[in-house]
Design a protein around this ligand. Structure first.
Ligand code: GDG
Length: 736
């Protein structure tokens, strides 16, 4: 039976060591809830670190942990203290976390920590690989495990892998500063589906993939390593019913059932009727904008002094990563600010800020959510922010106001909240006032909308949608229109080649025999290639043709003494062994003087592009420019040219990062057909990588072996991965 393996840095368990005694309880976080049904299903398991390092565990304790977690269908990844220091506190939290949240000034790039990050991702991979079988699904979570999808894929290519990032993916301008950026992207691309909270993060990721790895992206599909990787956004929800029900229970509880905190809150509400409570809850993290929020509250009290003694801010800051220096600094800053503001504004009967630096039990969280009139949630940058959603779910009478930062992923689905920019104190102060004065019916109208959505798109739904999308990626192979040229097929072709009496090989040059370079002039055939071609040509009854869009002059230079048949300029010129160049198509080139100035304006407005002038065609190359700009300009150029060339026998050919204008009645297909009429061939083989080669594939008889280089839509029968594999094929012919 196939299973789903969930992988995250931490297991959904709290494992603690108190006086050498183990204490293990299930954790109650959003992810654990969302995954509950997935995890419980069939023989699903969860892989992660227990929270205790190897040095803390005696062999007996290790066994005990293992037995206890196995009962919960979990498998631990053993980490040493050094791993945790370098991989988790170091690289994850001092490099990736600040960088992905746009805190460049907090980001450190330590080579040793990167090494540890790689090694620990490998440790996770080793544990997953012990558990996984073909047909299983693996769902990897978050920024600590960005390399894991590839590490699993490399060893188990046929399993379904999903990856979800819980934090923002930064813009290309930020991401490009990261020294090991290629490795991170490639790590993530090991997955079949990559999910983000919002479309913005998705778009930033695609932009980095295009610019850094220079991969082809079609809508939200990435063509990578002969696979299609899907990218999409799945905004994470909460366990709505759990929060709603808890709020109902809180509302119905009798006096003696109430928590101490609830009693204190009630006392306060009853003694200061009409006064309002503003709630703020976060982990104490610099991304959450706590100091700015405090300053904005101070600004509010100064701007609207009539609210002094009438409003109170409850600040719950949950301790987090307290051994990372930036978090220690933030703690000091928060303590000082609270002290200063309270000192400045407090009266005998009123303290403006109630500050809690601790984690509270769930029931106290509900006490706070249900007792507060306003939630003030103003992160500077936040992947999603579940607290905002939880506050809304607990408002059973649909009263209350949510003030939410535009920088939280949650704002996309929470338009009915009052959205603010966390850096704009004026706006925050005015919005707090607006919230304090908002009529109840308006509060209810807003909350109703928000609740409807949160109820529908709960965390269970989120997990379900993600897995459904992952399941559909399994059918993406159907898009593949050519068959992969595997070892058996290569042998079949090679045997057909050796037994045939008269063989025709049509080989495209750029992107097929040699890889692309920034400048097409640098693609000169290398010694190894020439040796291979010589060996093939030396065989009996072989007509070896290099058929290319290159101009005659270039090939005359590169293949000066070579006996191969050459077809240049997409089929204008033909050169056969011991013969002169022959013009296959009679062409004019007087149209060039009209088209050239247009291409020049495109070169001027698109840095990095250039024109290649051939005798009978003009090519505009845009491989070196920004990929999105290149794509956009090539579409524009196409429009301009189409209207201009309609009356001239010209056509526009879109090649691999090149647009070429040439005579309509010239193409590689026509040239190949002519060659076919000159002899009788009982073995025909054609290989090429781009659009211009499609003409050739289409013109050749059905029994011809046609091969596309790269994983693209094609009318060829087969495909190979890259130019390296083309060389391998040539070796088959040469050594047959
Ligand atoms: C990351 C991303 C993204 C808080 N204090 C207490 C407590 N909590 C619970 C809340 C909420 C969770 O912790 C916090 O979740 P957030 O989403 O607000 O923030 P991060 O921890 O930074 O989470 C974030 C999230 O991943 C999910 O993808 O939304 O953007 O940064 O559920 O209720 N729970 C208890 N006591 C507390 O004192 N029991």
């Amino acid at each position: 039976m196939n299973k789903t393996i969930i992988v995250s840095n931490r297991l959904p368990l709290q494992v603690k060591l108190e006086d050498s005694e183990l204490e293990i309880k299930p954790s109650v976080g959003g992810l654990a809830t969302g995954m509950k049904s997935v995890h419980a299903e069939g023989n699903g398991i969860w892989v992660g670190w227990s929270g205790l390092t190897e040095d803390q565990l005696t062999p007996e304790l290790r066994k005990e942990v293992s037995t206890a977690v196995t009962k919960e269908k979990c498998v631990t990844v053993p980490l040493t203290k050094e791993d945790v220091d370098n991989f988790y506190l170091g690289f994850s939290n001092k490099t990736l976390w600040p960088l992905f949240h746009y805190f460049m000034e907090y980001t450190t790039f330590e080579r040793s920590e990167w090494e540890s990050y790689k090694a620990v991702n490998q440790k996770f991979a080793d544990v997953v690989l012990e558990q996984v079988n073909d047909g299983d699904t693996v769902w990897v979570h978050d920024y600590q495990l960005l390399l894991l999808p590839k590490l699993i894929r490399d060893r188990k290519p046929n399993i379904s892998i999903g990856f979800f990032l819980h934090i923002p993916f930064p813009s290309f301008e930020i991401f490009r500063t990261f020294p090991w950026r290629e490795a991170l992207l490639e790590g993530m691309l090991g997955a079949d589906l990559i999910g983000f909270h919002t479309y913005d993060y998705e778009r930033h990721f695609l932009s980095s993939v295009k610019r850094i790895l220079r991969l082809d992206v079609k809508f939200n599909d990435i063509l990578f390593d002969e696979r299609i990787v899907k990218v999409d956004s799945f905004p994470m929800g909460i366990d709505y019913q759990k929060f709603y029900n808890a709020a109902v229970a809180n509302n119905n509880q009798k006096e003696k059932e109430k928590s101490e905190l609830q009693r204190r809150l009630d006392d306060h509400i009853n003694t200061s009727l009409g006064d309002k409570m503003i709630l703020s809850i976060d982990r104490l993290d610099y991304t959450k904008g706590i100091p700015k929020r405090l300053r904005a509250f101070e600004y509010f009290l100064n701007k609207y002094p009539e609210y002094k003694e009438k409003v109170r801010l409850i600040l719950l800051a949950v301790p987090s990563r307290s051994n990372v220096p930036q978090y220690q600094k933030l703690k000091r800053e928060t303590d000082e600010l609270v002290g200063r503001i309270n000192g400045e504004f407090a009266t005998v009967s009123w303290t403006p800020i109630w500050y809690f630096y601790r984690s509270m039990p769930f029931e106290n969280l509900i006490d706070l959510y249900t007792s507060s009139d306003i939630a003030l949630i103003t992160p500077i940058r936040d992947g999603m922010n579940l607290v905002a959603k939880e506050y809304i779910a607990t408002r059973i009478n649909q009263d209350g106001v949510l003030i939410l930062s535009e920088m939280a992923g949650a704002k996309n689905e929470m338009n009915e909240a009052l959205l603010i920019n966390p850096n704009n104190f004026e706006q925050i102060a005015d919005t707090i006032k607006q919230a304090l004065e908002m009529p109840v019916d308006e509060q209810q109208n807003r909350i109703k909308f928000l609740q409807n959505r949160l109820q529908r798109y709960s965390v269970e739904k989120w997990a379900e949608e993600f897995l459904k999308a992952l399941e559909t990626t399994k059918n993406l192979d159907d898009i593949e229109v050519s068959k992969r040229l595997n070892v058996e097929l290569k042998q079949e072709i090679s045997t057909a080649f050796s037994t045939a009496k008269s063989k025709l090989l049509l080989l495209d040059f750029d992107g097929t025999l040699v890889g692309f370079k920034d400048n097409p002039k640098d693609c000169k055939p290398d010694e190894e290639l020439l040796k291979l071609l010589d060996a093939i040509h030396a065989k009996d009854d072989v007509t070896l043709v290099i058929i290319s869009g290159r101009d005659r002059e270039t090939f005359e230079d590169w293949f000066a003494d070579k006996p191969y048949t050459l077809v240049t300029d997409h089929g204008v010129w033909l050169k056969q062994e011991n013969e002169d160049w022959e013009m296959l198509e009679h062409l004019k080139n007087d149209w060039m003087e009209n088209i050239l100035p247009i291409l020049e304006t495109f070169v001027d407005s698109t840095p990095g592009t250039f024109i290649e002038k051939k005798r009978y065609s003009l090519a505009w190359h845009y491989r070196k420019t920004d990929p999105e700009l290149g794509q956009k300009r090539s579409t524009e150029l196409n429009t301009v040219l189409t209207s201009l060339i309609s009356n001239n026998d010209l056509s526009v050919l879109k090649g691999n990062k090149v647009t070429e204008i040439k005579s309509s009645n010239v193409n590689k297909g026509r040239a190949a057909s002519r060659l076919l009429t000159r002899d009788h061939f009982d073995f025909i083989f054609a290989i090429g990588d781009d659009w211009t080669d499609e003409y050739m594939f289409e013109e050749l008889p059905e029994e011809a072996y046609t091969v596309k280089v790269g994983f693209k839509k094609t009318s060829a029968r087969y495909h190979v991965k890259d130019t390296l594999e083309v060389r391998e094929l040539l070796n088959y012919f040469a050594n047959n």
